[in-house]
Design a protein around this ligand. Structure first.
Ligand SMILES: [Zn+2]
Length: 280
């Protein structure tokens, strides 16, 4: 596809997303009140035929689901009616990226967390020693490494039927596609960055992960959400020591706990939005 055609299609995609976003604004806000729950959308990366990255024993899709469930359980146990958790998937099933974002949008989520595990290509020297956590917000990548992470995660759209139509010709493997993330600045950038810093902080201090810092890259799933959103790369599956860490139930609990501490700190700074009701 030539560049002009590609950008034309991407503009259509951006316009379509903007229309969907504005359609939801025609609601009547009423006062938040004491009992308005904070709505947390948890997105367990991959699922079903999409395994995500694989180590010697583990598939990313299973670990992300377990950490997501643990995060939900800790949040509902500790916060009761003050929180409502929406899961984009709660079993081993395939869910497209756009549908994941749509689930969070429909639920009116206050915050979206997508959970993933990192890896690098097999030919990468020293991949077995890579370690550390990075929390991403949507933005234009500052390094090729960050772009590669987004490309790897976005590549899952190729498993969706009619992905070319659904994503208006977005090619996850083509670096030119990623220009849209520069043109279309996320409305919730500041709050997303706050959440990313909190999650990064607790994953390092509470779960003992090495610090690979908050980063930015063009993740389609973040782009399609209408609320503050982050994508967490918990650590590296291609490192056998880290894979062993992921195998343990207590490690997954620790990771979920770290994410919970971040969510709890975030919701104290940004209490839930007013309830919105559709006009009759
Ligand atoms: Zn992933």
């Amino acid at each position: 596809m030539n560049k002009h055609l590609l950008f034309g299609k991407l503009r259509h995609f951006a316009a379509a997303v903007a229309i969907v976003a504005s359609a939801a604004v025609e609601c009547i806000p009423v006062s938040a009140g004491e009992n308005t729950p904070f709505v947390l959308a948890i997105d367990a990366g991959h699922g079903g035929r999409d395994l995500g990255t694989s180590g010697r024993r583990l598939h990313e899709k299973n670990v992300t689901l377990d950490v997501a469930r643990k995060l939900r359980d800790i949040a509902t146990e500790r916060l009761g009616d003050s929180i409502r958790v929406v899961m984009t998937r709660d079993k081993d099933e395939f869910v497209g990226l756009r549908e994941r974002a749509a689930i969070a949008n429909r639920a009116g989520a206050d915050l979206f967390i997508s959970i993933h595990i990192n890896s690098v290509a097999r030919r990468t020297r020293g991949r077995e020693r890579l370690k550390g956590t990075s929390v991403y917000t949507l933005g234009l990548h500052k390094s090729e490494a960050n772009l590669s992470v987004a490309m790897a995660e976005n590549a899952v759209i190729e498993l969706e039927e009619d992905f070319s139509e659904t994503y208006m010709g977005f090619d996850p493997a083509l670096s030119e596609s990623y220009i849209i993330f520069e043109l279309d600045q996320n409305r919730s950038m500041e709050q997303s960055l706050e959440m990313a810093s909190l999650a990064q902080h607790f994953l390092v201090s509470h779960a003992g992960r090495a610090d690979r810092e908050v980063r930015q890259a063009g993740f389609l799933v973040l782009w399609a959400t209408r609320m503050p959103s982050v994508l967490v790369e918990l650590d590296f599956m291609c490192n056998p020591d880290i894979e062993r860490y992921f195998q343990k139930d207590e490690s997954r609990k620790e990771l979920a706990e770290a994410l919970f501490l971040a969510v709890d700190a975030y919701r104290r700074i940004h209490p839930p939005h007013p309830i919105e009701i559709q006009p009759q």
